[in-house]
Design a protein around this ligand. Sequence first.
Ligand code: GLN
Length: 521
Amino acid sequence: MNRIKKKNFVNLFNLADLNLKELGLMEIPEKELYKLSIHQISNLLRSKEVSVVEVVRSVLDRIEEIDSLINGYITINKQKSIARAQELDHILADSSVDFKKNLSLLGIPIAIKDNICTQGMKTTCASQILSNFVSPYNATVVRKLLDQGAIIIGKTNLDEFAMGSSTETSHFGCTRNPWNVNHTPGGSSGGSTSIIAADEAVCALGSDTGGSIRQPASFCGVVGLKPTYGRVSRFGLVAFASSLDQIGPIAKDVTDCSLLMKVISGYDPCDSTSVNRPVPDYEEYLINDVKGIKIGIPQEYFEEGLDKEVEEKIRQAISLFQNLGAQIEEVSLPHTEYAIATYYILATAEASSNLARYDGVRYGFREDQFTDLIDMYEKTKQHGFGAEVKRRIMLGTYSLSSGYYDAYYLKAQKVRTLIKQDFEEAFQKFDVLLTPTAPIPAFKIGEKINDPLQMYLLDIYTLSANLAGIPALSIPCGFSHEGLPIGLQLLAGHFQEEKVLRVAYTFEQNTEYHKKLPKLP
Ligand code: GLN
């Protein structure tokens, strides 16, 4: 990457002074502001062609129009968003504000996955047990967004406690895929990805423990990035599996994704696993050029179970990169076949420990009919958690119990190291790896929910990045014959988000997939 020159780089903030009407970019009617990206809205706000209130109203109208169909939101923060927009319009009127430095997201409506704490607004984790929980503090990422002038427009739906791949295990009903409402949006961040695809927010945050940003991003045709473990603070993210969880951006394009990354990344003394290391200016790596970049294609990701159409689109993307001057070569990640077993042992073990805190005493739901303390615990958990969460707690408790610990948990930790070493070896030779994000396009609602193993198998291409702690991004690379989006995944070594962003940006600049919109009313 050191050899890569910063060519063709356009600093977005220099564009602020351009008159967009003269450039013919002001064709979008006022009521369709919701369709724009962060960088487009920022330019309109800075040149004072629209107000923050207009942007926020446009997005709120869109939510009102469409969300009864999509069910992407659990909470809509209507009144406070309008009030905040009015305040921000006053700040905007003060021409001495240095936007690049202080307010890079001024007036941008962003949606937050409902397992990330927001002060004064519910954080439910899509669970009955937290259905009335209001966090007394903001997650670090939320504070950072607010500090940059963003507006939290609402909280998005997810699989209960982020456990799932379809957003069907939510206590608040499943989310629907905007490309075909009979299909799932994927999961667990299906609320955050579907609302971006349906233009119900400008950008969003999700969380990714085993693929929960990337797989729904691929199913919904949007960009999603799981950062390196330790790059983004997890303080205020409700824990599922603490050694795997990361918060990351979900966006309409790669430029927005890197803008968000810059804001949410960095050391946080409140999260002991966050790493004290400078945050690059990711925008500087938005370079339309992959000449000489070495892209590895893991052969194990193209074996049995990969849908023919998905494979075809991935192979087309590989040819495109080849034509653009990238050096493509196959690579082996020999321990890939153990990723699913390893992940589901470790993630459930950590979950069983993390979820022990929902005891009906400290916070959240409590069953009110009980005979004694033990009965209260049992009934609270029995009625407060859904079936998938209970399955995970039982699996995790089993693998941690004496007599089984060495055979399952300890062995899984060792295999995790082998998986990490596979990647370390691959990144000695390659800048990035390219794989499908998911083996199939979005499946139908109800199709897999009663077969947990089938559901778990879908995570085959995304889990390893979490086990290894490396960054991975999903970007749209085509559509199935049914018109459902297909995503490709780019992975890089620890703290090398800029490499995946650059390669993804080049792909986006040379394709049109991100411009296609779902047909919605
Ligand atoms: N689908 C995976 C699971 O159910 C990943 C979930 C996630 O990343 N939050 O565990």
